[in-house]
Design a binder for this molecule. Structure first.
Ligand SMILES: [Zn+2]
Ligand SMILES: [Zn+2]
Length: 353
């Protein structure tokens, strides 16, 4: 089968023939119908995250935002059969630790990220295996298309968990969203759908225009103001109630914290780059005195999909709005490399394998 393989960090992915996977007893094989290309793929491709022991080895098949159809079922799998339409959230849990037993695969003690570990070849391929498939596969409702589900396995659900669960967003809240890539745009759409007032902040007008279409009530081009946090304060009076770093660099993280009013909540969604290596200085005294919360947010507990699918069925959330270009597997190397300049708008989704 065809697959896009990371042969060397920073060099274009190689689209080549590899062996079709065989299911282990706990696994299913999923034929990929759609897979998003994400900033996390770009980080892995750059060779980032060795500082948290999560560097991706050369030879890896990337791709962690898939939806597809079950094509083979391992001997111990009980709840899935050939032909089932499924999505696979990127955090593959073991299904047995205390967090998994509460439905929180995103906090699993032995989590394996799909497409970002040698133990989980990814979905930039015609097919890929899923560990502990009964636990990790999410059956798709009929009304959800494969391409829109591609974001529901990573950025869209990450944004939903960050806002609805970690920040406890309420209708009427001001939400500052720093960085309008796939997860930032998802957060804007979700924030307005939940009755909040999103403010979009980015350095590119093309992304801010998309943010406005998705419901941002205000936009700030941070290259055109002295201080993005000051601009947020001017718009909101006291500062934002919730602020998200949807990028993961020192500047957007600090801008996010500094955008908040008293008792505001910052949510860190972006993981950092080789510049920060996970370390960012923060105004701790101000955060203490103003009782500002700093939340980490990673993926989404699987038990939250039911609510997310309900909101999609009602038409409250429309994940298809975040899709950018659709492309073929052969185009994946070039699209990934083009993310160097941060100009991709929306989520690029591979739909031809
Ligand atoms: Zn992703
Ligand atoms: Zn677990």
């Amino acid at each position: 089968m065809r697959a896009a393989v990371l042969e060397e960090h920073g060099e274009p992915l190689s689209v080549e023939d590899v062996d079709y996977p065989e299911p282990q007893p706990d696994q299913v094989i999923v034929e990929t119908e759609a897979c998003g290309i994400c900033r996390s793929d770009w980080h892995a491709w750059q060779g980032d995250w060795s500082w948290i022991g999560a560097g991706v080895p050369e030879g890896q098949i990337l791709g962690h935002e898939p939806a597809g159809v079950v094509s083979a079922v391992g001997a111990d799998v009980e709840t899935l059969e050939e032909g089932d339409r499924v999505a696979v959230p990127f955090h593959l849990g073991d299904g047995s630790c205390s967090h998994c037993r509460e439905g929180r695969a995103n906090n699993c003690e032995t989590v394996i990220p799909l497409g970002l570990s040698e133990f989980a070849p990814g979905a930039f391929a015609e097919a890929f295996p899923v560990r502990e498939a009964d636990f990790n596969c999410v059956k798709l409702p009929d009304e959800v298309e494969f391409a829109e589900m591609a974001g529901l396995g990573c950025r869209f659900m990450t944004a939903y968990h960050a806002l609805a669960d970690r920040a406890d967003l309420r209708p009427g809240d001001w939400v500052a969203i720093h960085g309008c890539g796939g997860v930032g745009l998802s957060a804007i759409h979700i924030a307005q759908a939940l009755g909040a007032h999103p403010i979009a902040i980015d350095v590119l007008d093309s992304k801010l225009e998309r943010a406005e279409e998705l419901g941002a009530v205000e936009t700030i081009n941070s290259t055109e103001v002295d201080s993005a946090p000051a601009a947020v304060r001017e718009l909101t009076g006291d500062g934002a109630d919730v602020s998200i770093d949807a990028l993961g660099i020192a500047e957007t993280c600090r801008n996010s914290v500094n955008s908040l009013g008293t008792r505001g909540s910052h949510v860190q969604v972006g993981l950092t780059t080789g510049e920060e290596e996970g370390q960012i200085e923060l105004p701790v005294d101000v955060m203490t005195m103003q009782e500002i919360d700093f939340h980490g947010s990673f993926g989404m507990p699987l038990v939250r999909y039911e609510e997310l699918f309900n909101l999609i069925a009602q038409g409250t959330l429309e994940p298809s709005k975040i899709i950018g270009d659709t492309l073929s597997l052969e185009d994946a190397p070039e699209t990934l490399a083009s993310m160097d300049d941060y100009e991709t708008v929306g989520i690029p989704v591979i739909t031809e394998f």
